[in-house]
Design a protein around this ligand. Sequence first.
Ligand code: X8Z
Ligand code: ZN
Length: 604
Amino acid sequence: MPTASSSATPEEAQRFIAQVDQDLRKRWVARDQASWVNQNFITDDTEAVAASREAETAEYVTKAIKAATRFDKVPGLSPEVARQLWLLKLAQVVPAPSDAKERDELAEIESWMTGTYGKGKYKPQPNGALAKAGAKYLKAPKGKDAKNVEYTLGDLSRVLSKSRNFDELTEAWAGWHAISAVMKDKFARYTELGNKGAREIGFADMGALWRSGYDMPPDAFEADLERLWQQVKPLYDQLHCFVRSRLREKYGKDKVPEQGPIPAQLLGNMWSQEWNDIYDLVEPYKGEASLDVSKSLRDKKYDAVKMVKLGESFFTSLGLDPLPKSFWERSLFTKPEGREVVCHASAWDVTWNNDLRIKMCIEPTENDLITIHHELGHDYYFHQYYKLPVLFQSGANDGFHEGIGDTLALSVTPQYLKGLGLLNAAPDNPKATVNQQMKNALEKIAFLPFGLVIDKWRWDVFAGKTPKDKYNESWWALRTKYQGIAPPVSRSEADFDPGAKYHVPASTPYIRYFLARIYQFQFHRALCKAAGHTGRLDTCSIYGNKEAGKKLAAMLSMGSSKPWPEALAAMSGETKADASAMLEYFAPLKEYLGEQTKGMKCGW
Ligand code: X8Z
Ligand code: ZN
């Protein structure tokens, strides 16, 4: 550990941060290699190795932060050094207490929670709805009776997206949400230990640390989130209202209340976070051209690699580099047989040196095609900044990182898909536009309140405002307040529903995804302008446009070396997050929803 003399100078600070760069790189590589192996082969041993590397990193970061306080009041630091010293304070998502035993305990809980989620399974009730439904949506391995199989999240999610039977949906929902009850005590202990670590490095609690990564005071950040939410809430309310009325027609008035929250299992997704899988139930104009890309992917026999190549071709069309050879050798593209893996999609630069990979259990669906673009967005960000000091090897903020692939995916328009033969027709008429927009809104707009609640819940837990005996109650209070959804079956404090969403056991902060939903439309608008697009925003595709590619690459190459408003300005000229681009994009749908919901009782 480098130390500084009591009369520290800017030069010493410079040397200190250069040493931290080397040390941190070594530890992050060791940690991420262990984590990669653990998540690709979940066993007790890989879990232990991953926990140990995590604990070592946490120990180092806390010590380095404490040593760096010597430079707190040193005048004349270069902006690069000052920013790295600041980013060092934020470098450990779950900061550990300096007590070795507590540190190890914390890291073990983290690995255990991730593993427990990854291994989560549900065996259908012998006479329940899923057993009766047989193998319709549930793939039993060859030679096995569907009734005796334990189903994974992937299987149960297929039920949520495809089944239109109320009882099957309810059982699949409840089945998955049973996997996390065991996490509750551990999560409470993790909160206690993580908070202790956060306080040692000068934050009130872990939530305060997480909210500090946005180049503004945490309170100002929360106010900004509220401002953005109020910008988009009217559109969400209309969408909710319209979807609820269609679900009432489908499932009956006894199942879906006229004015109450929507039962969470009816929205096509395990967490009701994106609703595009129930597009068939809410399609505005029947008989318009099909938007079913999943079917075309299956018909055209797209396998996982072919889908990833298609994603890559979008990035290279902008003038960005092809993915390195090692990407194709080291990535995990499909769910392997005979071992436990974390299937939740992720992107990596394991050795922080252009060692790009994705880890996904790809199925030939449109959702997975979009997720591939999302993950490659991370990899291309890594690629553009891997030569920077490691503390600058992240997004301008984490919402930027989450928004890049999505921005490109906004250019995956029906016209583009038609060119690939993945859609038969891409008509440009008002009805087709509304259909297309509805499908996109079910993904993008429906997500917004979900993107808010995960961390609103965690921030309150970390701040001690939500005690352990109110964990689940508070979770559902937020889910109902913001999303307007209700639990499918009665819940109690014996349940721990937050743990059934990957990012909670995996300690991934979530507000980044809310931000990304907003930013991606700002990015899209800016890149479309650079590409010379003049028409409606939802008809723009930057595919093949090198000018847009240059703008994108310039922003990505900055990593986190500058405050995010500067990175945004480099791309769009704006310095504030602003949902007006998103609203502009969805203007045609807003008009349709306004007409459709006239006279309806909206809200819950
Ligand atoms: O977790 C992800 C990515 C990996 S960074 C697949 N997403 C969030 C989620 O699945 O909950 C992307 C959208 C939101
Ligand atoms: Zn992501």
